[in-house]
Design a protein around this ligand. Structure first.
Ligand code: C2E
Ligand code: CA
Ligand code: CA
Ligand code: CA
Length: 275
C-alpha cells in the first residue's frame, strides 16, 4: 500500500506542482498589489423600487494586474483572506469608498464589504471610526455588508463588534442572505438594517417557483422586522417585475446598472448642468 501510495503521489506530482506554483505566484503578486497601487473600486448603483431613484452604491474591489489583467474578486479575495492581506486591502477599500462618497453631490449611501477576517484582532471598530473621521463622511451614509461567515466564528465577540459599529452610526447589511446555515437565528441576534437576497434566488425565479417563494418569504420577513430588502443580481425586466411583486424594497443588478468607475457613479448623482 505504501509503494502504491508513493506511486500515486508521483503520478499526480507534476499537475499538483503546476497548480501550487500558480497559487504561489498569485500569492506573491497579491502581497505586493496594495503597495503597487493595483487596486481600484467599481461602484454599482442600488435603486429604491418605490421611486426608481439611486439610493447609493456598493463599492466592489477590482485588481488590475499589469500582466494578468483584471483578476476576479472571486479568485483573489479567498486567497487574500487565507494569507491575511485582506485586512490591509479591506481597510484601503473602506477608506477609498468613504473618501469617494464624501465628494458626491448628493448624500447617497455607500456600501462596503467586510471580510470575516476583518472581525478578528479587535481593531475593526477603531478602523471604521478613524476612516469616518479622516474622510468626514456622515456615518449614517455608510453601510457595512457582512456575510454569515463573519457571524459563524465567535458569536459573542462578533455581536460586540457589530454593536460597536452600530454605535458609530453606521448601517449593517446581511449580505448573500439565504446561502449560509443559520441565517434566521442571526436576524434574531442582531438587528440588521438591510437584508441582501442572494442572486442565486433571483436568478432562479423565472423557471423555479421555489425561488420565487423564497424571495417572497425573505421580503416579508424583512418587512415585518423593519429591515429593507435588496434583490441582488437582477438582469432581466421579468426578474425586476417579479421582485417588485414579491415586495423587495431595493434592487441591485446589471439591469439597473453594472459596476462602474468612480467618475461615472458621481456623474449619475449629479443632474446635468444647463449650458
Ligand atoms: P457580493 O458582495 O455579493 O457582490 C455582488 C457581486 O455580484 C459583484 O461581483 C457584482 O459585480 C455581481 N453582480 C451584480 N449584479 C449582477 C448581475 O445582475 N448579474 C451577475 N451575474 N452578477 C452581478 P464582484 O464584483 O465580482 O464581486 C464578487 C464578490 O467579491 C462580492 O460578492 C464580495 O463577496 C467580494 N468582494 C468584492 N469587493 C470586496 C471588498 O472590497 N471586500 C471584500 N471582503 N469582499 C469583496
Ligand atoms: Ca456585497
Ligand atoms: Ca451579495
Ligand atoms: Ca457573494
Amino acid at each position: 500500500a505504501k509503494a502504491e501510495g508513493r506511486g500515486t503521489y508521483r503520478f499526480f506530482e507534476p499537475a499538483m506542482n503546476a497548480q501550487m506554483q500558480a497559487r504561489r505566484s498569485l500569492e506573491i503578486d497579491l502581497r505586493r498589489a496594495l503597495a503597487l497601487k493595483q487596486f481600484d473600486l467599481a461602484f454599482q448603483p442600488q435603486i429604491r423600487l418605490e421611486t426608481g431613484q439611486v439610493t447609493g452604491f456598493e463599492a466592489l474591489l477590482r485588481w488590475n494586474h499589469p500582466e494578468r489583467g483584471p483578476v476576479s474578486p472571486a479568485l483573489f479575495i479567498p486567497l487574500a483572506e487565507e494569507i491575511g492581506v485582506i485586512v490591509g486591502i479591506g481597510e484601503w477599500a473602506l477608506r477609498a469608498a468613504c473618501r469617494e462618497a464624501a465628494g458626491w453631490s448628493q448624500p447617497a449611501s455607500i456600501a462596503v464589504n467586510l471580510s470575516p477576517v476583518q472581525f478578528r484582532g479587535g481593531k475593526l471598530v477603531e478602523t471604521v471610526m478613524n476612516v469616518l473621521a479622516q474622510t468626514g463622511l456622515d456615518p449614517a451614509r455608510l453601510e457595512l455588508e457582512i456575510t454569515e461567515g463573519a457571524l459563524l466564528e465567535n458569536t459573542d465577540s462578533v455581536l460586540d463588534v457589530l454593536n460597536g459599529l452600530r454605535a458609530l452610526g453606521v448601517k449593517i447589511s446581511m449580505d448573500d442572505f439565504g446561502t449560509g446555515y443559520s441565517s434566521l437565528s442571526y436576524l434574531q441576534k442582531f438587528p440588521f438594517d438591510k437584508i441582501k437576497i442572494d442572486q442565486s434566488f433571483v436568478r432562479g425565479m423565472e423557471d423555479n417557483a421555489e425561488c420565487g417563494a423564497i424571495v417572497r418569504a425573505i421580503a416579508r420577513l424583512g418587512a415585518s422586522l423593519g429591515m429593507r430588502t435588496t434583490a441582488e443580481g437582477v438582469e432581466t425586466p421579468t426578474q425586476l417585475d417579479a421582485i417588485r411583486a414579491e415586495g423587495c424594497t431595493e434592487v441591485q443588478g446589471y439591469l439597473t446598472g453594472r459596476p462602474m468607475p468612480a467618475a461615472q457613479a458621481a456623474a449619475l448623482l449629479s443632474p446635468p448642468t444647463a449650458v
